[in-house]
Design a protein around this ligand. Structure first.
Ligand SMILES: [Fe+2]
Ligand SMILES: [Fe+2]
Length: 366
């Protein structure tokens, strides 16, 4: 009840307020309180990060996570001052910057792709070790993204799309990058659905393909590049990718033997999808996914030739084919003992199952 005070204002009485405890009031003991405790309300939300637990089902994953806390390098501490931009022709700058823009489709999308996988792992209550390993990969991918950005902005300030190239090859490079990002956007759209669609063993098999591809690529780039700052960056990124590969192998060793035939077949299909997507950088982009204009490949080949003249270690087409094949055969020997059939990859001369390709469900990432 509201009372009027002496000034005529309405004063709020203490009727709705919790009175302070009386000095003489005796606090209940825990047993008494427990008798009156209500059952907790259920969490009805599907895909919710609550409640938490910290169970570890794959100790090896946790061990790799602990070892990854210090990645042992930082993009900011690379010797970027040693990069002799002035000593390069405009086309050499455009060409190397172009390659990093191509890489960025795979490696600069890494932070967002793995962050999304990490949130998904929280929402589906995966073991702590899986959540932690996604976090670790997200952090590493942020470093790889930083290298893409640093190289591009040093060679083509405001690049890759915000600069105004001065040569025909530079203009072709910019046009190619616009097309690459158009395809990257298509990948991202599919990934967002795919990541929620597949259980962890299938996601990890797809990630495995990405990590096999990336560790192979960076190893070759490290070996063939003579520009010191890039050589050093490729060495470090390659080591990170090798660790991501270990994460995938540690989990898959546990889960692959438990899969049913349908799940195994899904992995076979995912490998074909991974091959098509990753060929965009490991080899050349197959038309099954990559929507590109007729000028794309001739322009890319010219840019690669020019980048090589500056000491940038892009393998030629035949070397790329052999390298990609070695990587894929490596993957094949990992999964086949678990009864997972490998897809036919006629592009690089690998026999296997003929499987359909679904462009909307591509998962692999670097
Ligand atoms: Fe990466
Ligand atoms: Fe990776």
């Amino acid at each position: 009840m509201a009372d009027k005070d002496q000034t005529g204002h309405t004063a709020v009485t203490s009727r709705h307020m919790i009175p302070p405890p009386e000095k003489h009031e005796v606090m209940p003991n825990p047993e008494e309180l427990l008798l009156n405790a209500e059952d907790a309300p259920p969490i009805l939300e599907k895909l919710c990060i609550f409640p938490f637990d910290w169970r570890v089902e794959t100790p090896r994953l946790m061990e790799i996570y602990h070892n990854s806390r210090d990645p042992g390098w930082s993009p900011a501490q690379l010797d970027w001052d040693s990069l002799d931009v002035e000593g390069m022709t405009l086309d050499q700058r455009y060409a190397i910057s172009y390659w990093f823009a191509l890489l960025s489709v795979f490696d600069a999308s890494g932070p967002a792709v793995f962050a999304r996988a990490m949130i998904h792992a929280y929402e589906t209550h995966e073991e702590d070790a899986i959540r932690k390993c996604f976090f670790s990969v997200t952090r590493d991918e942020m470093n790889h993204e930083e290298v893409c950005g640093k190289a591009i902005t040093l060679l083509t300030p405001n690049g890759p799309l915000g600069h105004d190239p001065q040569t025909p090859l530079g203009k072709l490079a910019k046009n190619n990058i616009e097309w690459l990002y158009h395809n990257g956007a298509r990948y991202w759209k599919g990934y967002k659905t795919a990541v929620e669609h597949y259980p962890m063993p299938i996601l990890f098999s797809s990630f495995l393909f990405g990590e096999v591809a990336s560790s192979t690529l960076f190893h070759s780039m490290y070996q063939n590049t003579t520009i010191p700052v890039f050589k050093e960056a490729f060495k470090n990124i390659g080591r990170d990718e090798g660790r991501h590969l270990s994460f995938c192998l540690a989990l898959l060793k546990e889960v692959l033997p438990k899969l049913n035939e349908e799940e195994k077949m899904t992995i076979t299909k995912q490998f074909r999808a991974g091959f098509i997507f990753l060929s965009g950088i490991l080899y050349e982009p197959p038309a099954e996914f990559w929507n590109l204009p007729p000028t794309f490949l001739p322009a890319q080949r010219m840019l690669e030739d020019v980048a090589r003249t500056a000491g940038f270690g892009i393998l030629d087409l035949e070397e790329r084919k052999a390298n990609w094949r070695t990587a894929v055969v490596r993957l094949k020997t990992i999964v086949e003992p678990h009864g997972i059939k490998f897809p036919a990859l006629p592009e690089i001369g690998v026999d296997g199952e003929d499987v359909a390709f679904d462009a909307d469900k591509i998962v692999p990432i670097f």
